[in-house]
Ligand binder design. Structure first.
Ligand SMILES: Nc1ncnc2c1ncn2[C@@H]1O[C@H](COP(=O)(O)OP(=O)(O)OP(=O)(O)O)[C@@H](O)[C@H]1O
Ligand SMILES: Nc1ccn([C@@H]2O[C@H](COP(=O)(O)O)[C@@H](O)[C@H]2O)c(=O)n1
Length: 225
């Protein structure tokens, strides 16, 4: 049975890139829970339905053959035979995903999927990142981290990745998504026992080191080292 390393945080805080790097460096698995919600949003749109129609979302969720692995070096996401690894990052999916994520039955369904993936994982631990991993999916995880950064820093980092996109438009979309998502689960405040890593003043390698330091300390305490 794999151990959960739970990491939450707002959009653009570095959850995916930092978690992947941490998983690689420690030989752990990596689970991008946002990719599952994005895949469902893609699937709803692919059926020509509206992501803010809860019944349509539930219908799509009942026929959702998601393929998502734990290898930090293979980020393939598929629904049935369709490889949607790139498509789920489209602004049209990013703009629609919060609608899917606010349906409680969807959250329960994907959480069961996440827990079963980790339970059967061929890794000593899996770095699982999202919005409610430290609080709902794995509240008893030995390592729970809230990864954050100032809103303007997150927006600038995200704009830096998207060539050809207007920085102000990117920032507005990111803040809008956070506002919508944080009405469903709280990932802006650390729950009791959750360690905060604020990367506002840290570069990428320093952020990885800060997360690794928390993991070492927490796992050491857990295993009596
Ligand atoms: N400490 C850091 N310093 C500089 N750049 C960083 C740092 N952490 C992350 N980044 C960069 O910020 C961008 C956003 O990071 P990433 O995609 O990992 O965020 P995220 O939290 O997973 O976002 P989302 O929730 O929207 O998927 C990436 O280009 C990443 O390389
Ligand atoms: N645990 C989670 C993870 C994600 N979401 C929703 O998915 C969206 C995409 O997540 P990214 O990490 O890829 O940005 C996110 O905006 C949330 O709507 C979630 O609800 N819970």
């Amino acid at each position: 049975m794999s151990e959960f390393i739970a990491i939450d945080g707002p959009a653009g805080s570095g959850k995916s890139s930092v978690s992947k790097a941490v998983a690689r460096s420690r030989g752990f698995g990596y689970l991008d829970t946002g990719a599952a919600y994005r895949a469902l949003a893609w699937h709803v749109l692919d059926r020509g339905a509206e992501t803010d129609d809860a019944d349509a979302v539930l219908a799509a969720a009942s026929d959702f053959d998601l393929r998502l692995g734990l290898d930090p070096d293979d980020r393939t996401v598929a629904v049935g035979e369709s490889d949607i690894t790139t498509a789920i990052r489209d602004p049209r999916v990013s703009d629609a995903v919060s609608g899917v994520a606010r349906v409680p039955a969807v959250r329960e369904q994907v959480n069961i999927f996440f827990r079963s993936l980790v339970a059967t994982a061929p890794y000593p631990a899996v770095v699982v990142e999202g919005r409610d991993i430290t609080t709902v999916v794995a509240p008893d995880a030995p390592v729970r981290i809230l990864l954050t950064a100032a809103p303007e820093v997150r927006a600038a980092r995200r704009a830096g990745e998207l060539t050809g996109e207007n920085a102000a438009v990117v920032a507005e979309a990111l803040h809008k998504r956070d506002a919508s998502d944080s009405a469903v689960v709280d990932f802006l405040n650390a729950a009791e026992g959750v360690e905060v890593v604020d990367s506002t003043e840290l570069d990428f390698p320093q952020t990885i080191d800060a997360v690794l330091a928390v993991i070492e300390r927490k796992q050491g305490a857990e295993h009596g080292r």
